[in-house]
Ligand binder design. Structure first.
Ligand code: FES
Length: 71
């Protein structure tokens, strides 16, 4: 079983270590460059390159800070 690390960035995207497969609702896979150590998925809804983050969260007023419950 693989253990993929996923991080939720404050006021930003969801960052996932590669290798990972990202597919749309029909099962079609998005292309991820083999040399990328991580990918970032948009969490704010403002990216022009969904599902990937393009940095638009910095200028759209997106604010979200989540923390896992202790324990
Ligand atoms: S989280 Fe970065 S563009 Fe949406």
């Amino acid at each position: 079983m693989s253990n993929i690390r996923i991080r939720i960035r404050d006021n930003g995207p969801i960052v996932i270590e590669t290798p990972v497969t990202i597919a749309d609702a029909e099962g079609n896979q998005f292309t991820i460059a083999a040399d990328k150590p991580v990918i970032a998925l948009c969490r704010c809804g403002a990216s022009a390159n969904k599902p990937f983050c393009d940095g638009a969260h910095r200028n759209c007023g997106f604010e979200s800070v989540v923390r896992a419950a202790p324990g």
